[in-house]
Design a protein around this ligand. Structure first.
Ligand SMILES: *Cc1c(COP(=O)(O)O)cnc(C)c1O
Length: 234
């Protein structure tokens, strides 16, 4: 089932790229495996997936040792400062940096381990009360402060768009994140490289690609639905 789902997602990526004059190799598919057991991740791995996204530190710590070590783990969920130390050397990219204080904590722990940590700033473009992330108007100031850190490197922006029935409703959000990214890129700030735009999930990734996403985060569309308890609905 996972292999077929993956093929469908890949075909959709190709058509969204065709519709927007982009190249499929410029879009990285992250398989969001939160709540799913290691056996299903293994199935996705065997079908060629190397980029996995998790939203809890604990799940990365449990799953990574049980799977091949060429997997690239992406931290996509809200990260608490007291968990930074455990996760920064396990992930290839932290998508969900939502405060300057969190970036400072990452800098502090990365310095101790003498490692470099790539991050994205999470932006709450829709300004939803319930969501983490910087407001669009706060991002440039945060980038300017974090750019001075020596172990933390900003690679771009991430957003979690609202859940909608029709993905067209999110097009404006994706366009706004794209434009914010271009604005910041144009400032040519040292130690800041705005190459990554992480946006689009199962319901809206084709629209996100059309608006410039370079990473899409797809869970349900690959692994099937999640329940609140975390077991699988097959
Ligand atoms: C769960 C999650 C996803 C994937 O959601 P689906 O709708 O299942 O594709 C993407 N991004 C984040 C941050 C998530 O927490």
């Amino acid at each position: 089932m996972i292999r077929e789902n993956l093929n469908d997602v890949k075909e959709n990526i190709v058509s969204a790229c065709r519709a927007s004059n982009r190249q499929p190799q410029d879009v990285t598919l992250i398989a969001v495996s939160k709540t799913k057991p290691v056996e299903l991740l293994r199935e996705a791995y065997d079908a060629g997936v190397r980029d996995f996204g998790e939203n809890k530190v604990q799940e990365i710590l449990e799953k990574a040792p049980a799977l091949p070590d060429d997997i690239r783990w992406h931290m996509i969920g809200h990260l608490q400062k007291n968990k930074v130390r455990q996760v920064i050397d396990k992930t290839v990219l932290i998508h969900s940096v939502d405060t300057v204080a969190l970036a400072e904590q990452i800098e502090k722990e990365a310095a101790k381990k003498n490692i470099d940590v790539d991050i994205l700033l999470e932006v709450n473009i829709g300004e939803e009360e319930s969501k983490y992330g910087f407001r669009a108007g706060e991002v440039l100031e945060a980038v300017t402060i974090i750019s001075k850190f020596s172990h933390v490197h900003i690679k771009g922006l991430m957003t979690i768009a609202p859940f909608v029935e029709n993905s067209e409703e999110n097009r404006d959000i994706f366009l706004k994140l794209y434009q914010l990214n271009v604005d910041i890129k144009s400032k040519n700030i040292d130690n800041v490289n705005m190459a990554v735009l992480s946006m689009g999930m199962t319901g809206d990734y084709m629209t996100a690609i059309e608006e410039g996403a370079t990473m899409i985060r797809v869970g349900t569309g690959i692994f099937g639905a999640r329940t609140k308890m975390g077991e699988n609905l097959v």
